[in-house]
Design a protein around this ligand. Structure first.
Ligand code: 1CP
Length: 348
């Protein structure tokens, strides 16, 4: 929590995202809610993941858990990137230990055209949760999020989690027009999902293009980036910082920024001083401690946190985070210590 900020719009997170002076470097952790927390496991027991995401009381409580425990500088809505598809009527289940599994994967042009559209009127549960959260959080900002069109397309086409995303790329090359229509439709539903969160009070948004790093820069620029940009454009004049993140995007970093981000999320593969050069001067950075480092000894954790903080000095603004989500085996006390250490090292 940012002690000095009177409102989320004036918080260190929002200020760092805009490249403005901060009282100390803001910290949050991707997947800060979830299996690393015993209180999460207790609350989730007996409720399926996607049902939990549509229960405003559960969403509110689970979102607040890591903020209370770790004193991080932002909450991130407890939800999932596939939720807009589920709400629209696509048959998807999140299987424990696996991830999203799609009953009828999108494999043909007809499958693309048969996908249902998301209607803003279906998101009342989300608005209820966001409003309750914003009231509880006071000066601490809530980050809303959505999955980017490419990453959502990988789940729809592969039918579930995948490493190579070969079917996805094959469809992209073989059916360029249907690919464009698919990503356009996914960009519309992502924008609807983000607008609902921002209009209910979220103070920043993050667009997760987790798997975009499997693409060449040329394919990303031509076949994906315009659709991610359309998601951000769909926010219109809403004045909230836009964070854009993917894994393994070292070669794509300048393009990820060009898609319309104020903040580029960086995984652990590219040091933040080098990332700052690739992204250019007009954007802030988020990242990039390797989540596996949190499983190492105390001295290693401290050394790596110091290194990230040091290398981030090359950036316009810095939001401390991991390079990807918290691993389920992480000791939550280590996360609490990391947040405190970043605050201590960067207090102005
Ligand atoms: O039963 C469980 O506990 C399921 C585990 C789980 C959780 C806690 C899943 C399944 N999703 C979530 C919540 C979630 N998903 C959040 C919550 C907020 C927080 O960060 O605290 C967020 C932001 C997401 C976003 C998400 N879902 C992404 C993008 C971020 C990333 O990790 O790259 C992706 C790719 C997904 C798909 C997904 N959902 C769940 C899993 C295990 C996966 C990944 C599967 C795969 O490897 O492909």
């Amino acid at each position: 929590m940012s002690p000095a900020a009177a409102s989320p719009a004036d918080s260190d997170l929002v200020r760092a995202a805009r490249g403005l002076p901060v009282t100390r470097t803001p910290v949050w952790f991707m997947r800060q809610a979830g299996r690393s927390l015993p209180e999460y496991r207790a609350l989730r027991a007996g409720t399926a993941m996607l049902a939990a995401c549509q229960d405003p009381d559960l969403v509110t409580e689970i979102t607040l858990q890591p903020v209370r425990r770790h004193q991080v500088d932002a909450a991130i809505l407890f939800s999932d990137i596939v939720l807009p598809l589920v709400v629209a009527g696509v048959d998807i289940e999140i299987k424990p230990g696996i991830g999203p599994v799609v009953a009828n994967p999108v494999r043909t042009v007809a499958d693309v055209d048969a996908l249902p559209d998301l209607d803003a009127g279906q998101l009342a549960f989300l608005e209820t949760a966001v409003r309750a959260l914003v009231a509880e959080l006071g000066p601490t900002p809530l980050i809303g999020f959505a999955g980017a069109p490419f990453t959502l397309a990988t789940y729809l086409i592969e039918g579930g989690p995948s490493k190579e995303h070969a079917r996805t790329k094959a469809f992209m090359y073989a059916e360029p027009e249907a690919w464009g229509r698919l990503l356009e439709r996914l960009s519309l539903s992502a924008a609807t999902f983000l607008r609902a969160q921002v209009d209910a009070g979220a103070s920043a948004v993050q667009l997760f293009d987790s798997w975009a790093g499997v693409l060449s820069a040329a394919d990303y620029a031509e076949r994906v980036l315009p659709h991610s940009r359309a998601v951000f454009d769909g926010l219109g004049e809403r004045d909230v910082p836009r964070i854009h993140f993917g894994v393994g995007t070292g070669e794509l970093l300048p393009l990820i920024g060009d898609a319309g981000a104020d903040v580029v999320g960086v995984d652990w593969r590219v040091p933040l001083d080098e990332a700052a050069r690739r992204v250019g001067p007009g954007r802030s950075l988020q990242g990039n401690l390797d989540p596996a480092v949190l499983l190492a000894d105390r001295d290693t954790v401290e050394r790596e946190v110091r290194r990230v903080v040091q290398q981030a000095q090359a950036a316009r603004g810095h939001i401390f985070n991991l390079g990807h989500g918290v691993l389920p085996d992480t000791d939550p006390d280590v996360l609490t210590r990391v947040a405190a250490l970043v605050h201590e090292l960067t207090a102005r």
